[in-house]
Design a protein around this ligand. Sequence first.
Ligand code: NAI
Length: 333
Amino acid sequence: MAGERLVLSGDFKVLMDKTIAVLGYGNQGRAQATVMRDNGLNVIVGNVQDEYRRLAEREGFRTYDIAEAAQRADVIMVLLPDEVQPAVMKEVNAAVRGRNVVIDFASGFNVAFGLVELPDSADVVMVAPRMIGAGILNLHRQGKGYPVLIGVEKDVSGRAWDYAVGIAAAIGAIGRPGGIAVKVTFKEEALLDLLDEHTNWPLLFASFMAFFDVATKQYGVPPEAVLLELYASGEMAEVASSMASMGLFEQLRLHSTTSQYGQLSRAFAFYHYVKRLVEKEARQIWLGDFAREWTLEQLAGKPKFKALWEAARSSELARAEDALFRVLGRRQA
Ligand code: NAI
């Protein structure tokens, strides 16, 4: 039953006597380390010498180089960008060799597609927040939880699920209003994460770009009006928030009936085209094609990535946005 994969409560007793090394003090690292310390846990930070490490020091954490932090720890939380994890995990593996530590990832990507080496002796778990770091801290201050996807890749101790649930509780996700953990595999987490990034957002971006071109060039609508309609007014954020609180379809009741009819009729008409696209992207992700594409792109020095950013920045939409945002005071001249 799907319900068996849901965890609404839990505690972090299993972590009480442990040293927890948070590797990385960025979006997730800073938030998770802070909440765990507030919860009375023994947290240290492992980081290279940079501004993130200085921030961790200023905020009162004991900081170490990554290998030393891993050596000192019982639980190692890998909260570093996905692309730097393969190199960093080599250091971690050398530091923990033979010890039964717990290694926690906040995303399934590298483990699911075999891009990181995992020590034989370690439990390997995943606690993947569905919340940005700043949101984690805000909700923590309000005493509220948030959703996480949790998983176990390797269970050497026999207690790996206890650790995954314990970490989810320790970082303030479960055991508080709004908190929920769903048990998934690393690969399922990676599929959801990537499929969202490869379908929903690019479809929205492509739709916005085409909308902008058609409205401004073929119908002569002022670009400012188009951008405000698309996203610059902030109305879209309100709609997204209503989807989360009221439901995808129920929030339509906040719109006019003309709008409801237009949205529903087109959504059902577009479904079949879009489903084929979603199936193709899902297959590419599941078979590891995207992991290979992105790995090769990084090895080549990211030429396509840089060209895509250049195309985005120099587009007419971006230039019109820049002009509008200066008028609105959202960007400096
Ligand atoms: P981030 O980009 O904020 O990480 C910054 C940290 O990485 C800093 O501590 C910096 O010193 C370190 N770092 C950067 N380059 C390095 C290098 N070459 N060698 C060693 N350390 C380096 O990372 P973020 O966004 O917090 O992501 C961490 C993990 O959390 C990832 O697996 C990500 O997929 C996952 N995640 C992130 C979310 C978010 O809110 N950004 C949401 C859910 C999961």
